[in-house]
Design a protein around this ligand. Sequence first.
Ligand SMILES: Cc1cc2nc3c(=O)[nH]c(=O)nc-3n(C[C@H](O)[C@H](O)[C@H](O)COP(=O)(O)OP(=O)(O)OC[C@H]3O[C@@H](n4cnc5c(N)ncnc54)[C@H](O)[C@@H]3O)c2cc1C
Length: 341
Amino acid sequence: MVAECMGTSLKTLNTLGINAHCQQLIEITDTDQLGLALADLREKQQSFLVLGSGSNLVFSKDMLGTVLHIATKGIEVIEQDSEQVVLSIAAGEIWDELVSYCIKNNYFGLENLSGIPGTVGAAPVQNIGAYGVELEQFLISVQAIEVSTGKLLSFSHDDCEFAYRDSLFKRVGANRYVITDVRLKLFKDASSRRDLQYKGLADEFAKQDLVNPNASTVRRVIKEIRGAKLPDPAVLANAGSFFKNPVVSEQMYLQLLEQYPDIASFPQRDGQVKLAASWMIENAGWKGFRENDAGVFEKHALILVNHGCATGSNIISLAKQIQDSVSDRFAVSLEIEPTVI
Ligand SMILES: Cc1cc2nc3c(=O)[nH]c(=O)nc-3n(C[C@H](O)[C@H](O)[C@H](O)COP(=O)(O)OP(=O)(O)OC[C@H]3O[C@@H](n4cnc5c(N)ncnc54)[C@H](O)[C@@H]3O)c2cc1C
């Protein structure tokens, strides 16, 4: 379906509630329609943006072009045996509904990724992760249309070049490929790929006297933890974590530790150290800060919020002030996590 008028508002299509506009909005409900829309845009040499649930982007300005809103549906079992199942999932499926579907069907692995907003097609773009688990641990392949040729390509796990909140599709692949389907391998034995050791999660299990909780319980507890610390975008507009946790050398970490003995950090397997961006932002005094309608969430300094009428440039200007202040204080650069349009 094509929205009739020029200047369609995208306010309800991004969780930061930015009232940016696009020239044309097309709702994509099947892959053939996506191929035709891309061919048309290619022929007219028009710019476009692929949009899922808009939970990981910031509209810093109006979109001079077309927004392709991916709303394709379908979950299919591709192969299975007594231990594993491979699912092919359409890009427009809602991620958290997929997690719920998998648990109901006894396909295990995705429990820790419960409650993450957004679509399945966007999940590989930043290799979504939470509570010690990342999407790439289950991903077999990604099907995508190459924009320049219209060809349907298959990317293996390795082709996707996954990293922390990153993949090929967020870097050189951005705007080059539109993901149509994602294939995940999940497990029929609930215990085969469990990760219940993540600090905040293990503490909550202990608090609730839960020993070896089943997948539904893991999902419930994770949703409770998330609900207590993250603002619901339907109540207070936000795009989740606004900055990536920076990874620094051990030497740099030890220098910071001398000056800030309680700095929050997570050692990495390669000897580097991941620092908690929220700790640094909070210590630089930004938690709860508000400038007009752009602000920092009062319960979690990593989350920038729109109290109502903030523009994308208000949010980006606040982000810049935070980056400068953290850099001055800790000599660490913070990288913005959502895609800035
Ligand atoms: C409250 C809150 C909590 C969050 N918690 C987490 C968390 O715990 N862990 C985490 O990793 N993330 C988290 N996020 C971020 C976000 O939910 C994820 O990044 C999610 O995968 C984004 O999905 P989306 O459909 O909203 O993508 P969008 O915001 O619509 O798009 C994000 C990017 O992906 C591109 N894209 C979207 N669909 C496709 C496609 N089909 N093909 C190619 N490119 C595409 C877009 O062009 C854009 O560049 C959170 C966000 C919010 C608001």
